[in-house]
Design a protein around this ligand. Structure first.
Ligand SMILES: Nc1ncnc2c1ncn2[C@@H]1O[C@H](COP(=O)(O)OP(=O)(O)OP(=O)(O)O)[C@@H](O)[C@H]1O
Ligand SMILES: [Mg+2]
Length: 221
């Protein structure tokens, strides 16, 4: 699961929602290889903006954001307690290793130049996941950004090619990787693991998606 940074870790940490995720994963987790990748949200954007303002390069902006995602991952893992591995991986090798203990692995970002979507798809590929649940702050993938275009329509099911087409409009600057970034898209096109985009503020939708049911947008062949 990719937990968008705007879901639990918005302006303030939504501890009620965080507890909701803890209960949900406690109910559903089956001891298999599960990875939760937590995004950076508003806090990461704040550091990206500051780094940019003082003239630091885009890779450094990404690195600052990655540090924020790791703090989010740390808190999420601590909240999950015994259900999760109490270490946040910093490389794919560590991530792979940590998935072998029968507990949920919680990660943040790993590498500049790619978003936590790319990490999620990479992790899914490494663990042979059946699906990636992408929990963001909108109901799924729309024909256009629903926050900017009121005419945008929710798409219940699209192909990877359609996702590629829609994501062309998305900027690739640090912090701007909405929907999916270029690295994540390349990996998605290669692995073709279905992506279930849902609204992460709606735990019922997250539950349905984790169980492989339609609850927002399914991206699949
Ligand atoms: N076609 C689209 N369909 C759905 N959402 C879109 C689309 N185009 C742009 N967006 C925007 O993408 C946003 C989600 O991406 P964003 O990177 O802001 O959040 P996130 O990935 O959940 O958080 P983080 O990057 O911190 O993990 C939505 O809030 C929406 O406004
Ligand atoms: Mg994002």
């Amino acid at each position: 699961m990719k937990l968008g940074g705007h879901v639990v870790f918005g302006e303030n940490v939504d501890t009620d929602l965080l507890n909701g995720y803890v209960r949900l994963l406690g109910e559903l987790y089956d001891g298999g290889r599960w990875v939760v990748v937590v995004g950076g949200g508003e806090q990461a954007r704040r550091y990206i903006a500051a780094a940019r303002k003082i003239g630091l390069d885009e890779a450094t902006c990404d690195e600052a954001a990655i540090k924020v995602t790791r703090l989010h991952a740390y808190l999420f893992a601590r909240a999950l307690g015994d259900l999760a591995v109490q270490a946040v991986p910093t490389t794919v090798d560590e991530l792979r290793y940590l998935t072998g203990f029968g507990k949920v692995v919680v990660s943040g970002g790993l590498q500049a130049g790619q978003s936590t979507m790319a990490v999620s798809i990479h992790a899914a590929s490494v663990i042979g996941a059946e699906r990636v649940v992408v929990a963001s702050d909108v109901d799924g993938v729309y024909t256009d950004d629903p926050k900017k275009n009121p005419e945008a329509k929710l798409l219940p099911r699209i192909s990877f090619a359609q996702l590629a087409e829609i994501s062309k409009k998305v900027s690739q600057r640090a912090g701007d990787y909405q929907l999916i970034d270029a690295v994540g898209l390349a990996m998605a096109l290669r692995t073709r693991i279905p992506l279930y985009y849902v609204n992460g503020n709606n735990l019922e939708a997250v539950r349905q998606a984790l169980m492989g049911r339609q609850a927002g947008t399914i991206v699949a062949d």
